[in-house]
Design a protein around this ligand. Structure first.
Ligand SMILES: [Zn+2]
Length: 463
């Protein structure tokens, strides 16, 4: 039995009263209005089929309608029906019916064990689960040995000025040309503090672990996994060039043309290296989506309305203006804030840092400055990420991180997670409803607080 149906009837009535008030004031969210219209249409169609008068509705007809669908309609599904009927009467300028019998019927239905059990609640993806996912992402990538090797080829080619992209494919068979794949292990000794690159006949280049941590890490990883110990960077002919070209295209760097590698700035080089992994951009998007969802306790519907040209940098992170969403018909400014001091923040779970990286990718790689922040590309266009897509993202990360496989995971897990984390962090439910989740009804907000983990004190949601 769920918390919702355990609630005393008085609370359910209070919730209904709130809905009625909102409905009377014409202040319902678009989704709720649509739901109400659906109920009114179903009721009218059923009445017509049974030779009954739908409007103005009669309390007994309303009960008959509900009972005709027993036991298929459970309480949580049918509970909106009386409010929907009343709203429809207001819409048609009819006098609003008293539906006491209908309400009593629903009350009994809420205690009825014969109706289908309520669907299991969506799991909460709290800060703890985000942390598990973040760690999994960090240790799992990149798994592809080709990515590790080609990244090193790119680094060596860039640092030593060796040809890679600006060479026709057939030239790769020419024995007199030097490129990174041909460097012997002896030309790349590695220690804990540096890699010394010594091309035959050329000047040595030191890659210092402190000063060039990315390049050093790339080389170290490739040298450690080398399949051919004599020629650690050797791979199938043409593969490095092909993967690098694809990476440059994905990174939006192709327009720079021949001589690409030598001309790259350090930050462009790093961006190219990241994009050698074809899943890099998607991972950045998914991570930003998850963290933004948890830390703002957003619905997918809200996240999908984050627009690039409505994202502004603030003193604390980012402000994202969304024109019209559920509970905020006049629009709302979502705050995606840094977990630590904005000037120095590098916290692995920071939603603002994740959003910044994602914005950078979108701007650099897609050349996008307008349209949805969280987008999927299909049909040759960047489109709003659908709910199914969002669900796949959340579920995919959940499973990859080895979180409980039996849990029901959907986009709502982010909102439930944010609210539960806030509660675990010591927020009162009313405070969460008012400042984080923007629930009009505290009872609804409370349903989102999944459970309290006594060992969760080290995780928190910054106010
Ligand atoms: Zn940050």
């Amino acid at each position: 039995m769920s918390a919702a149906s355990r609630r005393p009837a008085g609370d359910a009535r209070a919730e209904e009263a709130v809905r009625d008030e909102l409905s009377a004031a014409g202040d319902l969210a678009e989704g709720t209005k649509e739901n109400y219209r659906g109920w009114a249409a179903r009721f009218a169609a059923w009445c017509e089929l049974n030779g009954l008068v739908a409007f103005p509705a009669d309390d007994e007809t309303a009960q008959l309608f509900l009972h005709a669908h027993y036991p298929r309609w459970r309480y949580s599904y049918a509970k909106a029906f009386p409010a929907a009927l009343r709203a429809e009467h207001r819409r048609q300028s009819l006098s609003v019916p008293v539906l006491e019998g209908c309400t009593e019927y629903l009350r009994r239905l809420s205690r009825d064990a014969a109706t289908a059990p309520e669907q299991e609640k969506v799991a909460a993806l709290r800060v703890q689960e985000a942390d598990t996912i973040g760690r999994a992402l960090a240790t799992l990538q990149p798994q592809d040995p080709r990515v590790i090797r080609v990244r090193a080829v790119v680094v060596v080619s860039a640092l030593l000025g060796l040809p890679l992209l600006d060479l026709p494919a057939r030239a790769f068979d020419a024995p007199d040309l030097l490129w990174a794949e041909r460097l012997p292990a002896a030309a790349m000794p590695v220690s804990d503090s540096e890699v010394r690159l010594s091309p035959p006949g050329g000047e040595a280049v030191i890659v210092d672990a402190q000063r060039h941590p990315v390049e050093y890490a790339v080389l170290r990883a490739a040298l450690a996994q080398a399949a051919d110990p004599a020629h650690p960077l050797a791979g199938p002919p043409g593969e490095s060039r092909r993967l690098t070209s694809q990476a440059a295209a994905r990174a939006g760097l192709l327009q720079q043309g021949a001589g690409l590698l030598a001309a790259l700035s350090p930050s462009d080089l790093h961006f190219l290296l990241a994009n050698v992994d074809e899943h890099y951009q998607r991972r950045v998007r998914d991570w930003a989506y998850v963290l933004a969802g948890v830390f703002t306790a957003c619905r997918h519907d809200e996240l999908s309305r984050f627009m690039l040209d409505r994202v502004d940098e603030t003193a604390h992170g980012y402000g994202v203006w969304v024109d019209r969403v559920k509970n905020h018909p006049e629009g709302h400014d979502y705050e995606v804030q840094h977990v630590e001091d904005p000037l120095t923040c590098t916290h692995p779970l920071c939603p603002a840092c994740a959003l910044r990286t994602h914005r950078h990718v979108v701007r650099r790689a897609h050349g996008r400055t307008t349209g949805p922040v969280f987008a999927t590309r299909y049909g040759g266009q960047w489109r709003v990420m659908t709910r199914q897509n969002g669900r796949r993202v959340v579920k995919g990360l959940w499973e990859r991180a080895g979180l409980p496989g039996e849990a029901r995971v959907a986009t709502r897990a982010l909102r439930a997670g944010g609210i539960t984390s806030a509660s675990e962090g010591g927020w009162e439910v009313w405070q969460i409803a008012e400042e984080l989740s923007f629930h009009q009804d505290v009872n609804v907000c409370e349903v989102y607080v999944r459970r309290l983990d006594p060992f969760s004190h080290e995780f928190f949601l910054p106010v």
